[in-house]
Design a protein around this ligand. Structure first.
Ligand code: SAJ
Length: 477
């Protein structure tokens, strides 16, 4: 039995857990640990900062600070707080009495230009753990991090602060979160959980921590770095699949073909191991996962002087995929410009109605929304922009209305950027009446409308991937 195994044996089963970061990942995670009968107590740690310190009292009253619908989370939170199994605090010294502590602190990009992640909040959390942890504790990083971070800087900070050795005096692992807003509890319980330790003993201890909260999900053990690569790769692959269909949509447009016919054809090839993951072309890829995880993976390969054998002077296909997906808002702008030109109009002075500011359908989440680069291109061409979204109420520097009639009124172009359900009910006659234009432009970035319904009523139609319709003859009034 190695030193760590002896320490863990002395400690016995995990009973007292800490979760650092009371956000979208930390709160459901803490609630599920608290709900598990095998654990006695969970402490939710939250910095008493200006804009999030309020969560401490709110959570201790059993109230959930998260926005939006999260089935069961509110009730379960109230129950475990009332039962005294979950308590929120800003006193990090309480870490000294814990058997395990997880860190669910977000890792945004410092800025979207150099794609350097901002790990400062995470490192603060790790330093706090290092300062108060005792031998035999299990430390787990849940945040999405660059491959090599757990074994690298995170281990370094913990060892420097505690004078303890990872893998010998304490267990250290990475267990990336896989939660999606609106399904937080379900995702934690039902998704398989990747758990990667800095050594076997650490991995086993982390498996002990996560197994009790899984229902359908299974624990998938591996090394810490493999776990970091898994998390970043699973989103990198999704981004790559979206880029593949976006590129095919662009090809179909220039070849006069309907990409959705081709998509149906390609997708029909089914059977063991011969399926094709054909996703959906669109106006772009937003959100806080797919827009950054590729760059975490790329940084992981670039950090440290690793020898990568790869075709010379060739872009990573993953970075290329990001470039294709980030080109789609520009393509939407090009489609809008081409449609205006078809009826002798210019972007300059045109009124463009943007329908959809959220990055994903029927959501108020607008992080890294593709609508923003599209809007900026139109503004640079001196068009007049008005934005509609039924869910996104505010966004820094952007005026957003939920009054569709007001937004569409007098518009030269109506541009669909998000696939909100209410847009599927929009009729050509209604839009034509409200815009008051003989030949209104309509640009469909999310395959929402039926082209012929609009073309027959004098609209100038452009749609992503609709090479079969984009060069239609305009029905003049
Ligand atoms: N998108 C497309 N075409 C597609 C799918 C998505 O253009 O076929 C666009 C969406 O419009 C959106 C962006 O990509 O702008 C991201 O969409 P998403 O469905 O991937 O949603 P995310 O960003 O919330 O991704 C999350 C990820 N979950 C975690 O990181 C824990 C991802 O791994 C999941 O696969 C995804 O949710 C999901 O499937 O819901």
């Amino acid at each position: 039995m190695n030193k760590l195994e002896l320490l863990l044996k002395e400690r016995g089963q995990i009973k007292k857990i800490g979760v650092i970061g009371m956000g979208y990942v930390g709160i459901p995670s803490a609630v599920l640990f608290a709900d598990a009968p095998c654990f006695n107590k969970v402490l939710g740690f939250q910095r008493n900062s200006k804009n999030s310190g309020y969560k401490i009292d709110l959570l201790n009253r059993g109230e959930c600070p998260l926005k939006g619908e999260e089935p069961d989370l509110g009730d379960l939170l109230a129950r475990v707080v009332k039962a005294g199994k979950l308590e929120c605090t800003h006193d990090f010294s309480k870490i000294s009495g814990l058997d395990a502590v997880t860190l669910a602190i977000q890792t945004p990009f410092a800025n979207s230009k150099d794609l350097e992640p901002d790990f400062s909040a995470l490192f603060d959390g790790i330093r706090n753990v290092g300062k108060y942890m005792r031998p035999g504790i299990l430390v787990v990083l849940e945040s999405t991090i660059t491959p090599g971070t757990t074994e690298g800087i995170a281990k370094q900070i913990l060892e420097d602060e505690s004078n303890l050795k990872a893998g010998e005096d304490f267990a250290l692992a990475h267990a990336p979160e896989r939660v999606m807003v609106g399904r937080l509890l379900k995702n934690i319980r039902e998704h398989d959980r990747i758990v990667g330790g800095v050594n076997e003993t650490s991995t086993r201890r982390a498996v002990e921590l996560y197994s009790p909260v899984l229902t359908i999900g299974k624990v998938i053990p591996m090394s810490a770095t493999a776990a970091e690569i898994t998390k970043t790769a699973e989103n990198t692959f999704r981004d790559l699949q979206i880029a593949a269909i976006n590129q095919l949509a662009l090809y179909c447009e220039c070849m006069g073909i309907n990409v959705y016919d081709v998509r149906k054809g390609v997708d029909s090839l089914k059977g063991e191991g011969i399926t094709r993951a054909v996703l959906w072309p669109g106006a772009g890829v937003g959100g806080h996962c797919l827009t950054k995880d590729t760059y975490h993976l790329e940084r992981g390969v670039k950090m440290g002087n690793l020898h990568l054998d790869y075709p010379k002077d060739t872009d990573s296909i993953y970075v290329l995929a990001r470039k294709i997906n980030d080109f789609m808002p520009t393509h939407m702008y090009n489609l809008t410009t081409a449609a205006l030109e078809k009826i002798g109009k210019k972007m300059k002075g045109a009124k463009i109605a943007i329908l959809g500011w959220a990055f994903i359908r029927d959501s108020d989440d607008a992080r890294n929304t593709p609508s923003e680069p599209y809007r900026n291109l139109c503004l640079r061409a001196e068009a007049k922009i008005i934005v509609h979204d039924p869910y996104v109420m505010n966004y820094p520097g952007i005026e957003i209305s939920d009054d569709l009639k007001k937004v569409v009124m007098g518009a030269d172009a109506v541009v669909f950027l998000a696939k909100h359900s209410e847009y599927f009910n929009l009729k050509a006659d209604w839009i034509k009446k409200i815009t008051g234009k003989e030949n209104t432009i309509v640009v469909d970035g999310r395959n929402i409308i039926e082209p012929d319904d609009f073309i027959s009523k004098g609209f100038v139609y452009k749609g992503i991937g609709r090479g079969d319709k984009n060069e239609h003859v305009v029905v003049l009034a």
